[in-house]
Design a protein around this ligand. Structure first.
Ligand code: SIN
Length: 315
């Protein structure tokens, strides 16, 4: 999108933050409805830079939902862990991941890791929009990585090899970590397991992304357990190479908006070594079913597609 074609009030400024991923967007007030040109320019920046950041946007839950709805249909806050009471489309991300479960009980999830949001579902959300409310004075940064450049930087023989593979994604704590009993119960009650292609063709740009959401992708299909483990370790290490990533320092009023089809991200763990509180809120937009380079779509092994919030909220 060429900013010059927009009127002065509508032009947004796009300031890239690294070679391959991340740009800060200025010149727009997210508390107000956007023009069609502004929506188009923000969407173009999202596709190009994968994750875009806004500063000093002090949104209420209602404004957060209204901003998100200009880019797609909102899902329920989280299909497994629930939503903020009274706000079915908002998911609370606090230091201890305290969410209100669907039965109204509090849930703590004290671990994190590199992941792409909700890839245990057959149609993971296409985008996530996270806003910072209570931010530590230091620590608590989030990192994102560009899965398209990660695919492109594999050697040609390895690209051809992974093009035909598929992987099984499920909700489960990473090796060596243990969820709380409430976490285990939520995961059991709302099991989500999906088989996705290891390489996803981006539905809007046609680019190939290495779709290896480290937190959810547990095994590669049709290979031996040892082959699966060795290959996953190689790919996870590759997708998190520093030159594919950007690191964001939050402030109260910051908003991060990322394309979940071409990125993975890492929530911070250093906050657990600090006494400061950290509170953010997230919305996610309904996604389509991924398709591999061979045209094969993902399949659900357990659970249903993640639909719009109105259909599933407060059940
Ligand atoms: C997330 O994983 O969506 C949240 C990232 C964060 O807490 O920084």
């Amino acid at each position: 999108m060429n900013a010059a074609v927009l009127s002065n009030e509508e032009a947004i400024q796009v300031s890239p933050l690294s070679a391959h991923i991340g740009a800060e967007i200025g010149g727009v007030d997210l508390t107000r409805p956007l023009s069609a040109q502004q929506v188009g320019a923000i969407r173009a920046a999202l596709l190009k830079w994968r994750v875009i950041f806004f500063r000093e946007q002090f949104l209420s839950h209602e404004q957060h939902v209204a901003f998100s709805a200009q880019f797609g249909e909102l899902t329920v806050g989280h299909p497994v862990f629930g939503h903020v009471e009274g706000h079915p489309q908002i998911y609370s991300i606090s230091k201890f991941r305290k969410a209100t479960r669907f039965d109204g009980q509090a849930l703590l999830r004290p671990w994190t890791g590199w992941h792409t949001d909700v890839t245990a579902a057959v149609n993971p959300p296409f985008a996530s929009i996270l806003r910072g409310v209570t931010i530590p004075p230091y620590g608590g940064d989030t990192q994102w990585t560009n899965l398209v450049i990660a695919y492109e930087k594999l050697s040609a023989p390895l690209r051809r090899f992974v093009d035909g593979l598929r992987g099984v994604h499920r909700f489960a704590p990473p090796a060596g970590a243990r969820g709380t009993d409430a976490f285990a119960q939520a995961v059991e009650e709302r099991a989500l397991v999906a088989e996705h292609p290891l390489v996803r063709v981006h539905p809007e740009t046609g680019e190939r992304a290495l779709y290896v959401s480290p937190g959810f992708l547990k095994t590669i299909a049709d290979v031996t357990p040892r082959e699966s483990q060795a290959l996953l370790e190689l790919l996870w290490e590759h997708v998190t190479r520093p030159e594919f990533t950007v690191r964001f320092k939050w402030e109260a009023g910051s908003v991060a908006f990322w394309d979940n089809r071409s990125t993975a991200h890492l929530a911070p763990s250093d906050i657990f070594d600090l006494d400061f509180d950290r509170q953010l809120y997230r919305t996610t937009l309904v996604g389509d079913v991924p398709v591999g380079p061979d045209g094969r779509a993902s399949v659900a092994i357990e659970g249903s597609p993640v639909g719009a919030a109105a259909a599933t909220a407060l059940n």
